[in-house]
Design a protein around this ligand. Structure first.
Ligand code: NAP
Length: 289
């Protein structure tokens, strides 16, 4: 990947702690290079408790914006001059643009998920969605699904966290437990199932003990996993065996990255070109476009 720097090159980065594992610099620099944008995207460790100091520094150092991951998303939502509706709904910011000393916060995770869902040919409006998990990803996906007109049941191992998420929109969201029978009963009436737990994720050593809830889904229900490594989790394998349309978290990851770059640059981007560059970089292929 060629990155040509000039004295006017605009700086972007991802902040978090830990952060060295992040694939955002790889994806973003590949897209920047392919699209011929005069930006560079770096990786910056910012420890917990230092969010506000980082904001002041980023403005002073001339950053055009940055992405944020653990543990900053919720704190950032309290420090923005303006929030987009999804960031406001879920109280978490993963994309910040800095302009004229003001901070603009967005959450592109939920919108990225909706774009990936649309790629799968699935409309959220009017559907019942069963969302597994109540962490950061679940919060963004729940807010996006409800905003798109779905009715979302949030099922989580720790019940209070599911209850907390449903406060975002109690008319369209309801909490549930994570027991086998409850999940099977809820699945029977769901048109969309989304896994936003870390179960099945590479390196965690954990997976669903029982996938009976997949068998309980009605024919044609979409099955989505936020996990993208491995590319096919046991959940997705079972869903495909049963003939359900299914997708892993890669589409969400790529779409949220493109949406963030659109916010940073203030323009709409060639999605296909950006996506091909990001996928090439993730596959370890050099991309010179
Ligand atoms: P998080 O905030 O730490 O939440 C983790 C969730 O997993 C919680 O709901 C937790 O339940 C649940 N969980 C963990 N171990 C469990 C177990 N043994 N049994 C049942 N539930 C369990 O993490 P996150 O940031 O939301 O990320 C969740 C997953 O989404 C990860 O795999 C991450 O890689 C993926 N993700 C993907 C994208 C993308 O763009 N594709 C974006 C963000 C995240 P408790 O509340 O009970 O602990």
């Amino acid at each position: 990947m060629k990155v040509q720097l000039t004295n006017a090159t605009k700086k972007l980065c991802v902040i978090g702690d830990p952060i060295l594992h992040s694939r955002s610099p790889l994806i973003q620099n590949a897209m920047i290079s392919a699209l011929g944008l005069d930006y560079i995207y770096l990786c910056q460790r910012v420890p917990r408790g230092e969010t506000e100091r980082w904001l002041r520094y980023a403005d002073f150092a001339g950053y055009a914006g940055f992405n944020a991951t653990m543990p900053h998303k919720e704190t950032l939502a309290l420090l923005m001059d303006e929030l987009d509706p999804l960031a406001s709904a879920c109280g978490a910011v993963n994309t910040v643009c800095i302009k004229d000393g003001k901070y603009y916060g967005y959450n592109t995770d939920g919108a990225g998920f909706l774009r990936a869902l649309a790629d799968l040919g699935v409309e959220a409006e009017g559907k019942r969605a069963l969302l597994l998990g109540a962490g950061g990803a679940a919060k963004a996906v729940a807010a996006a699904l409800a905003g798109a007109g779905a009715y979302v049941t949030v099922a989580n191992r720790t019940a209070e966290k599911a209850v907390g998420i449903c406060e975002i929109d109690s008319a369209r969201m309801a909490p549930a437990g994570f027991g086998r029978e409850e999940l099977c009963r809820l699945a029977e009436e769901s048109g969309i199932l989304v896994n936003c737990t870390s179960l099945g994720m590479e390196g965690t050593g954990t997976d669903f003990a029982d996938l009976g809830f997949v068998d309980a889904l009605p024919a044609g229900a979409a099955v989505c996993d936020a996990v993208y490594a491995p590319a096919e989790t046991s959940l997705l394998k079972r869903a495909r065996e049963k003939g359900h349309p299914a997708m892993n978290g890669m589409g969400m990851l790529l779409h949220q990255a493109v949406l963030a770059l659109e916010h940073f640059t203030g323009r709409s981007l060639d999605l296909e070109k950006a996506r091909a560059a990001a996928e090439g970089a993730l596959d370890g292929k050099e991309n010179d476009r």
